[in-house]
Ligand binder design. Structure first.
Ligand code: PBG
Length: 328
């Protein structure tokens, strides 16, 4: 039976009706707040391409973490800018490394907040790539297996520091498996792995690289991050991470890859996250600032679309603002 019996507009006629039939409801509990930590004391350095975000020091990062907890945002993910970088990314697995210290401070201040460790080396290497680099006449490559040794070491160091979840994002083959083994072998059987299973080589990471001071000094990341054109490859990547022991899967970026997110969620059934990355945030902020789009409505629409596509939770730089908007 069609029109005139069927009139879909009947259910859109009032705010009450619309609320009753709404299929996707965003809440602050859907968000994870990314935070950047740098050395020093009393720091709050604005990040130009990410208005409203700052590089914090260990003492000040506790502020936004508390704010997240207060607003009902259940988790934060920490990124570190170490005081010195080297070819072996020593700062990533130092006992008193920048994120290790930040995690201890945040857990002490907010014991119930879930603190996630991003496990990657681009912030810690002097060349800005996500692992050990092998250079030869043909160019350079990320040396996969030696990088895995550092991955294992870093995971243990992060779990020792009190991180609740380890999230490998370097796209080294086999990283989830070595992390599971290293955590299990060091008394951290119960620390879950959130695998950045599907991570594209994306222009949307631009602002992050300013924030984390991690742009590659030569070449790009297309030798290890995925080609934006590929969908089936994403499912193969996710399948490998499931097999290696991932507890949760992530797709990154979010908005330009909703098809992939939806397929990963359907196919594997694990808790699935999306990373709405720095460029997604910067676009919405910039258009809002110019008066070209309404920032609040646009941001909430983007986040709703990510949830509708299948995300159980999402990493977003709008976490605090969106939590406030939803609470109001
Ligand atoms: C890798 C990493 C990146 C982001 C988070 N972790 C990307 C990269 O530079 O390749 C990007 C996140 C964002 O853009 O918000 N350590």
């Amino acid at each position: 039976m069609a029109f005139p019996v069927q009139r879909p507009r009947r259910l859109r006629a009032s705010p009450g009706l619309r609320t009753m039939v709404r299929e996707t409801v965003l809440t602050p509990a859907d968000f994870v707040l990314p935070l950047f930590v740098r050395p020093g004391k009393g720091e709050k350095r604005p990040i130009g391409s990410m208005p409203g975000h700052f590089q914090w020091s260990v003492d000040t990062v506790v502020g936004p973490a508390k704010e997240a907890a207060k607003l009902g945002v259940p988790a934060v993910i920490l990124f570190g800018i170490p005081d010195k970088k080297d070819a072996k990314a020593s700062g990533a697995y130092a006992k008193d490394g920048i994120v290790q210290r930040a995690a201890r401070a945040v857990k002490a201040a907010c014991p119930d907040l879930v603190v996630i460790a991003d496990l990657c080396f681009c912030e810690y290497t002097d060349h800005g790539h996500c692992g050990i680099i092998k250079k030869d006449a043909a160019g350079f490559a990320l040396d996969n297996d030696p990088t895995l040794e550092l991955v294992a070491k870093t995971a243990v160091s992060q779990a020792d520091a009190g991180f609740d979840i380890v999230a490998p994002s370097g796209m080294a083959d086999g990283q989830v498996g070595v992390i599971r083994k290293a955590l299990d072998g060091s008394g951290h059987k119960n620390v879950p792995i959130l695998a950045y299973a599907v991570k594209y080589s994306s222009a949307f990471y631009g602002p992050f690289r300013e924030a984390a001071e991690s742009p590659p000094q030569f070449g790009d990341r297309s030798g290890y991050q995925m080609d934006p054109a590929n969908f089936r490859e994403a499912l193969r990547e996710a399948a490998l991470d499931v097999e290696e022991g991932a507890d949760m899967l992530m797709v990154k970026p979010g908005l330009p890859y909703l098809d992939v997110l939806s397929a990963v969620r359907e196919r594997f059934g694990l808790p699935t996250a999306a990373y709405s990355v720095s460029g997604e945030y910067a676009m919405v902020k910039a258009a809002g600032k110019m008066g070209w789009m309404d920032e609040k409505r646009t941001a909430l629409e983007v986040l709703t679309s990510i949830k509708r596509a299948g995300a159980d939770f999402m990493l977003t730089y709008h976490a605090l603002e969106a939590a406030r908007w939803l609470g109001a």
